[in-house]
Ligand binder design. Structure first.
Ligand code: 5CA
Ligand code: ZN
Length: 412
């Protein structure tokens, strides 16, 4: 699938170490230690509706990781998927009397535009579920052959992964079985389905049903892929057996990320699948998680159509720490707009306090588990001083603009 178009990212003087990030599995902040090429997989959209501010916040979070690794001198192999076949897409298309393929293509195109406007560095590989089906089939057959998967004997052709094949199942989300069962039922799983070996076993392959799209599955029979194996296969195919960061919103920690990591570990025999499991908090509106299924959405494209500067949206989302669940309000946007205007004026000042001092303080804040609010406070203080004619570093305004562009993705 085509990715989107990127922008030049300025390089910055001096050295920066790789960031420290909170790992959901270990429940602590730990240094990332990538090789010369850092590898990251982030769960992308299911394209049945437009990009909302929750998606934007999660994409901005991992864009910061990407920027910090680059600043630390690493190449970054970043992979993101598009779940271009799954129940929600089919349900929305059915509701609206639309072709699911057309719906998915339209919303994916809009997502790309939104990502470009928000200056998200494009992934090296942007990969759809549908185009990955042959590789997914291979993986499901491999899991069946090794006894880590089984076919239900009710004639549906549905294949499940046996979590008994994952001795450490649950290590990523740190949840009890009861908690997992509840979340599994809420988030696309089917713990009560008869015939499964364990209620928590997730679907790998759904046998063809009347009226649903289906693909050739070779020995699996016709059908379509389960959700978790999609991300496993796309990640393993583009990034290798183990990766530096597996990312997404906190709504994906269980079952999605737990199960995709378990699939990967069974397939490769190597654990942990990711050195860091990183989860962004949920953006809400009026007290509820913003979600397509609830319909309480603020769309990036709507704001853009209303003439809102995408950089103000980005600053609004960066004003809260990425791990905290937070609300999007008119005030958040207004504060983002005011900050953007102030930074723009300050970048045009003749001089300011030390630009190198500013750069190292912003780096320091961000490498500490992406503390963007602290980074914003550093730039605010610098801007206030520059606007009141404090400081005599005449190179500082230009370096400030490069710093916020390269590290925060804010183009002044
Ligand atoms: N296609 C799957 C992942 S494989 C999916 O969850 N799609 S999604 O469209 O629902 O979400 C896309 C990304 O945005 C995911 O990383 C998800 O965790 C994140 N996300 C969804 N809603 C929110 C929200 N309200 N706040 C923050 N992030 C969100
Ligand atoms: Zn995913």
């Amino acid at each position: 699938m085509d990715t989107w178009t990127g922008h030049d990212v300025p390089t910055l003087p001096g050295e920066a170490p790789a960031p420290r990030l909170y790992d959901s599995a270990r429940r602590e902040i730990a240094s990332t230690a990538p090789g010369s090429t850092a590898t990251m997989y982030v769960c992308g959209i299911t394209p049945y509706d437009a990009t909302h501010l929750g998606h934007a916040a999660t994409m901005i979070t991992f864009d910061l990781v990407n920027r910090l690794w680059r600043d630390a001198g690493h190449d970054v192999n970043y992979v993101q998927n598009v779940t271009d076949i799954d129940d929600p897409l089919l349900e929305r298309a059915e509701r609206d009397g639309e072709d699911w393929i057309v719906l998915g293509m339209r919303e994916t195109a809009l997502f790309r535009e939104d990502m470009e406007a928000l200056r998200i560095i494009p992934p090296a590989h942007y990969v759809g579920a549908v185009e990955s089906i042959p590789a997914i089939v291979e993986h499901v057959l491999e899991l069946l052959a090794s006894g880590a998967a089984y076919t239900l004997d009710d004639g549906t052709g549905d294949v499940y992964y046996s979590i008994a094949a994952a001795p450490r199942f649950g290590y990523e989300s740190n949840l009890s079985r009861d908690e997992m069962r509840v979340l599994s039922a809420e988030r696309g799983g089917d713990p009560d389905r008869a015939g499964k070996r364990d209620p928590l076993d997730p679907l790998l392959w759904r046998g063809a049903r009347d009226g649903e799209p289906a693909w050739e599955g070779g020995d699996l029979g016709p059908g379509r892929p389960g959700w978790h194996i999609e991300c496993t296969t796309i990640a393993l195919g583009r990034l290798g057996d183990t990766i530096d960061v597996q990312g997404g919103g906190s709504d994906l920690l269980y079952p999605h990320h737990e199960c995709s990591a378990a699939h990967a570990e069974t397939l490769t025999g190597r654990a942990p699948f990711a050195a860091h499991y990183v989860h962004a908090g949920m953006i809400g509106l009026e007290g509820e998680k913003m979600s397509k299924s609830k319909g309480n959405l603020v769309f990036v494209s709507r704001l853009r159509a209303d003439g809102v500067d995408p950089m103000a949206v980005r600053l609004g989302l960066l004003a809260g720490h990425y791990r905290s669940d937070r609300e999007w309000t008119d005030d958040v946007l207004k504060t983002g707009e005011e900050r953007l205007a102030r930074w723009r004026s300050a970048a045009a000042a003749p001089a300011g306090p030390s630009g190198e001092g500013l750069l190292s303080a912003v780096r320091e804040a961000l490498r500490n588990d992406l503390d963007a609010p602290a980074a914003l406070a550093v730039v605010d203080a610098w801007a206030e001083a520059a606007l009141s004619n404090a400081g005599d570093d005449d190179q500082a305004p230009a370096l400030m603009a490069r710093t916020v562009d390269a590290l925060l993705g804010i183009r002044l």
